[in-house]
Structures are given as structure tokens and as C-alpha cells.
Write a protein that binds this ligand. Sequence first.
Ligand code: FAD
Length: 333
Amino acid sequence: MYNKFIAEDLVMSEQIERIKTLIVGSGPAGYTAAIYASRADLKPVMYTGMEPGGQLTTTTEVDNFPGYPEGIDGPTMMVQLQKQAERFGTEVRIGMVTAVEFSDEIGGIHKVTVDDSKLIEAETVIISTGATAKYLNIPSEQRLRGGGVSACAVCDGFFYKNQEVAIVGAGDTAAEEASYLANICKKVTMLVRKDHMRASKAMQHRVNNLDNIEIKYNTEVDEVLGEQVVEGLRMVNNQTGEKEDIAITGLFIAIGHKPNTDIFKGQLKMDETGYIITEGKSTKTNKPGVFASGDVQDKEYRQAVTAAGTGCMAALDAERYLASIESEETVVS
Ligand SMILES: Cc1cc2nc3c(=O)[nH]c(=O)nc-3n(C[C@H](O)[C@H](O)[C@H](O)COP(=O)(O)OP(=O)(O)OC[C@H]3O[C@@H](n4cnc5c(N)ncnc54)[C@H](O)[C@@H]3O)c2cc1C
């Protein structure tokens, strides 16, 4: 909810800045939007949020982003994207958007508060705030993130080719990722907390039909074993308390993602899980001049390259929106 009280204070303190394009978030979607927007002379300002560079800064190796034949580590790739965006004039600022008030009118000005203290008035806003993968939040899992614990099977499964891995989760995504891993890995142990899976019947059927997937019901992670890298998993049966160790090299957590959209609630149309809804094949939201790109509007693919693709679309949509307003103003005058 936009804080009118803060806005009034800001007007008094003259901290308001008027810009053409504001980009919220500094992952692959935000930086790609920034590259396109700055080359189109929209003079974008980007706020990075709490995680400059986004989710890829939490991973070591990115092997599937086109243009890097030897692969690249996530943080380096994001620094390169930042440099590319800055080369064309994007102003990258550290800061968190804390409140928004989007206009309903075509050509209206969108008001955005940063760090509860600065007010930006923007003609267009590109939202690229991403999504956060949920983890179990047990100490051994957190310690081994990037050392064999991953929240993205499509991203990291390849590194465990012909090895034994485990996956935690019981929904459609977990079932999808378990089947993906089963094609690459020697064996996949799937831990399901309840005595049944939440996934659709079709997905359950697919998982059950793969010989190298073993499903353990009523089973949870007790501890991830290994010092520097994952070497095994201690599982616990939540009915009997019985513990069992297995040797694995990779553990995939597939218990869902949370889109970073809390500050846009009540302003933008979202689906039941909080992902921003965009119009058709565009990045347009229900507010004119506000666009959404990347994982914040995509629960299907969630890849750096798809995020970058929609970042490009958002900048082009913003540019066309501004051009259409300018041409209407010319006709009227
Ligand atoms: C462990 C792991 C490994 C992965 N490996 C790969 C891989 O190898 N290949 C691949 O293609 N994909 C990989 N992915 C997926 C990929 O990282 C995401 O699909 C991609 O980063 C999404 O980009 P994005 O720009 O939409 O958002 P994100 O990367 O999630 O970035 C979101 C940005 O928004 C900012 N933000 C959030 N809220 C605010 C706010 N209120 N104000 C300002 N800024 C805000 C954050 O600080 C962050 O900078 C991996 C993901 C994980 C978790």
C-alpha cells in the first residue's frame, strides 16, 4: 500500500525525482530491460533491491546461458550484465522499492517510494523483482547451498549426470523435476512429507513409471551430510522416527517459489500464488505504463535466458508505450 503520509513529507522535502523509466530489480530480466531501455534513450534508473544481481549470484556455475561456451559463474555473469547496461547510460542504484502507487490513466505518472525515503515519479515502470526459491531452512542444507544443494533441477541437474541424487517435494514441479533428473542421473530418491503426492494424477503416473525414481512417503530431511559438498542424506520417517542414510551427491529442493510481489498487492493483477499477470504475449500489466518481466511473471520456465527475453520485451513495450503517448500529444496540440 502506498504511504501517502510519506509522500506528503517527501513533497515538502523536495526529494522527488521525475524519470522516464524505472526498473525495479537487478536480475537478468532487469539488466536486459536496462540494456534495451538505455539504448532507446529512455534513460532508465534501476534499483537493485537486497540481492544485487538476483538469484544467479547464489550459484557457482551457469552452463546454459547462450554465449558462454565454457560456462560462467553466476556472480561474474551478473557483473558483466551490469557493465553492459551502464555502458549505455543506465543508472544503477542500491535501494529497495518499498511502496508504489500506480496510475490508472494512460500517460499517468507512477509514484514509487525507495527505502521509505525517496519518491520517484516515473512515466513507465518495469518490474523485475523475481521470485525466491523456498528452502527447508535447516542448517546443513543452508551450509551446502551451492555445494550440491540446489533449488533448480533444470539449471543444475546436468552437473550430476550418472550420479545419485535426491529431491524434496510432492507437487507438480517436484514431479516434473524428478522426471527431468531421472533422465540424467543414475537414481533419484524422492522425499514426500505426506503419505501421498500433491502432484496431478498424470504427473504421479509419470514419476511412478520411471524405474530409477524411488519415492519415500512420510519422509523428511533430517540432515544433509558432507562438509564442503553433499556426500549423503539422512532421512527420517515422520511416522516411525526411523532414520536412514543414503549416499547422494546432489539434493534438489522443489517445495515452491514465492514471487517478490508483496509491495504490488492491491495495485496489480496477480494469480492465486502472487505472480503478476501480463496481457497476452506482452509484458503489459493491468496498469498502463507498468510492465513485468522475468520470474515475477513466469512460474513456468524460470530460467535466466527466459527472464532476459522478457526483460527485452518489457523495454520494447515501454518504449512503444511512451512513443504512442508522444504521438497522441502531437496530434492533440
Ligand atoms: C541456485 C539457482 C541456480 C540457478 N541456475 C540457473 C542456471 O544455471 N541457468 C539459468 O538459466 N537459470 C538458473 N537459475 C534461475 C535464474 O536464476 C532465474 O530464472 C533468474 O535469475 C530470474 O531472473 P529475474 O531477473 O526475473 O529475477 P531475479 O534473478 O530473481 O532477481 C530479482 C531482483 O529483484 C530485486 N528485488 C526484489 N524485490 C525488490 C524491491 N522491492 N525493490 C528493488 N529490487 C527488488 C532483487 O534484489 C533482485 O536483484 C538458478 C536459480 C537458482 C536459485
